[in-house]
Design a protein around this ligand. Structure first.
Ligand code: G1P
Length: 289
């Protein structure tokens, strides 16, 4: 088995009901943060981390995602004719090369574990990364790169983690902590969307994972867990005896772009982070004081 993390799975089959009507005819992963769709942030984060193969687990109505990662000959020709070199760069420079992206469809919405399981033959027998594009992370070092760096040191399964308020734990996968050095946590258990009164900690999984292919052996069983869905968390928990589980307190700021307020917040934060926009944004924000 290769120990290098070369492949990354992007589960992008979700319907985006929380953003209707915006997502009626457009995948939620195409929602922009300033001027770039969420999915592009996720792919760029993986490229910086040295990922060589990008596996999209899509669903019905998601062809705009495939088009986004393909050449747009008419657009590029028009831009070239008008000498708009910066714009050509903006639409092409980040594209993975032909053959570096694979698409497979999740035919039924059976949960995150099921979505990742759909990629099993494309991943094959090697460690792989998973990025949930809804979780957008503003960081100096790509979050998935931080996880890969930790993986090089300790191996196992690694998830990005952050503390959340206790009442929010029912939205996340929560770690049961064995040891904690403030940066890296070794977990002895993991539970999906627990009731706040029964949580082993408030340390939650944020949508970044480095996983051992052994998780597929459990996902093969198609066991339904929390919310009657096939949960990735359960597969990681079930392999904990043979594959140690670590949580990495990553450095960076996470925005939950699966939520309207989180998405708006991300737009503000990313705009304020851009030198070409921050002054104008400061002026706009004064209006709302
Ligand atoms: C998924 C995972 C959960 C994780 C969360 C992070 O939940 O199942 O363990 O904490 O992503 O965003 P979902 O947001 O799909 O309900």
């Amino acid at each position: 088995m290769s120990y290098r993390v070369r492949k990354c799975v992007f589960p992008v089959g979700g319907m985006g009901t929380r953003f209707l009507p915006a997502t009626k005819a457009m995948p939620k992963e195409m929602l922009p943060i300033v001027d770039k769709p969420l999915i592009q942030y996720a792919v760029e984060e993986a490229i910086i981390a040295g990922i060589e193969h990008f596996i999209f687990v899509t669903g019905r109505g998601k062809t705009a995602l495939e088009d986004h990662f393909d050449h747009a000959p008419d657009l590029e020709r028009t831009l070239r004719e008008h000498g708009k070199n910066m714009e050509i760069e903006a639409v092409t420079s980040w594209m993975p090369k032909s053959g570096q992206i694979s698409y497979t469809r999740q035919q039924e919405p059976l949960g995150l574990g099921h979505a990742v399981w759909c990629a099993r033959d494309l991943v094959n027998n090697e460690p792989f990364a998973v990025i949930l594009p809804d979780d957008l992370i503003l960081a100096k070092t790509s979050c998935i790169k931080q996880l890969i760096n930790a993986y090089k040191e300790v191996g196992g399964n690694i998830v990005a983690v952050a503390d959340v308020p206790r009442e929010q734990t029912k939205r996340y996968g929560i770690l049961d902590i064995m040891t904690d050095n403030g940066h890296l946590v070794r977990a002895k258990g993991l539970i999906e969307k627990p009731d706040p009164s029964k949580v082993p900690s408030t340390l939650s999984i944020i949508g970044r994972y480095i996983l051992h292919p052994k998780v597929f052996a459990f996902l093969d069983k198609q066991i339904h867990g929390a919310n009657n869905e096939i949960q990735l968390t359960d597969a990681i928990a079930k392999t904990i005896d043979s594959v140690p589980l670590y949580g990495l307190r990553f450095s960076g700021r996470r925005f939950d772009c699966g939520d309207k307020v989180g998405w708006l917040h991300a737009n503000l934060a990313f705009a304020m982070n851009r030198i070409d926009m921050c002054e104008q944004m400061m002026e706009v924000l004064k209006e709302f004081k």
